[in-house]
Design a binder for this molecule. Structure first.
Ligand code: PGA
Length: 251
């Protein structure tokens, strides 16, 4: 049985005081949730504040990025080791905004995934096709390339510790969501890919989140799909009531 995971990606939003208030609002309302894993990913500067505000709550904290080295002469970077030290348990890696705006490649993303695993953090590996790729019938090829590229050289035991987030680029921040069937088809394909890279048991246990305009009014249908094990939520994770409703998706 895969335990669902609802993750909030706050992106480049919220000051320290706003982050503290949002985290406190979530902690107040989600303290009883035990059947879903919950995490939020604030900006680097707010991580410690949010870790403090969520003390004693079931909500974990993730970072939105990391550098693929633990320490050294890498001015301006933040490592998984230091994120772990700051109270993070996971890192979002390879988000499409970083692939597009910062030219992150599968090779770099794979190094980040491995550095996170080395520091005991859960990598949340983001993959997804653009609208152009989908329209050109390249979706499966792109997803296969991103899954393989992100997980290359990992042992099955390491793959077991990775969470995948399928986020079609055309659905991120657009208000357009993949239909339940479109998302399920992609997730089932991704699970097949993971099986090819590990084995049936590990693929069956791997959590694959859907992301891209997940809202209170579409989460139930998406999470009812066999291969959708949770959500990576952007915009709707910035509002306490919306995120709470998403965590309380229909079981
Ligand atoms: P969105 O973002 O929910 O605002 O579409 C999701 C994401 O980018 O992780």
């Amino acid at each position: 049985m895969r335990k669902p995971l609802i993750a909030g990606n706050w992106k480049l939003h919220k000051t320290l005081s706003e982050s503290r208030a949002l985290a406190a609002g979530l902690a107040d309302n989600l303290s009883d949730v035990t059947d879903v894993d919950i995490l939020v990913a604030p900006v680097f500067t707010a991580i410690s504040t949010v870790v403090d505000a969520l003390q004693g709550s079931p909500i974990a904290v993730a970072a939105q990025n990391c550098y693929p080295q633990q320490t050294g002469a890498y001015t301006g970077e933040v490592s998984p080791l230091l994120l772990q030290d700051a109270g993070c348990s996971a890192v979002i890696i390879g988000h499409s905004e970083r692939r597009q705006l910062l030219n992150e490649t599968n090779t770099l993303i794979n190094q980040k995934v491995r550095t996170c695993l080395d520091a005991g953090l859960t990598p949340i590996l983001c993959i997804g096709e653009t609208l152009e790729q989908r329209n050109n019938d390249e979706m499966l090829e792109v997803l296969a390339d991103q899954v393989t590229g992100g997980l290359i050289d990992l042992t099955p035991e390491q793959i077991q510790r990775v969470v995948i987030a399928y986020e079609p680029v055309w659905a991120i921040g657009t208000g357009v969501t993949a239909t339940d069937d479109q998302a399920q088809d992609a997730h089932s394909f991704i699970r097949g890919m993971i099986q090819g890279l590990s084995n049936q048991e590990i693929a069956a246990g791997c959590r694959i989140l859907y992301g891209g305009s997940v809202k209170p009014d579409n989460v139930d249908g998406l999470l009812a799909q066999d291969d959708i094990d949770g959500a990576l939520v952007g915009g709707a994770s910035l509002k306490v009531e919306d995120f709470i409703r998403i965590v309380h998706f229909k079981r």
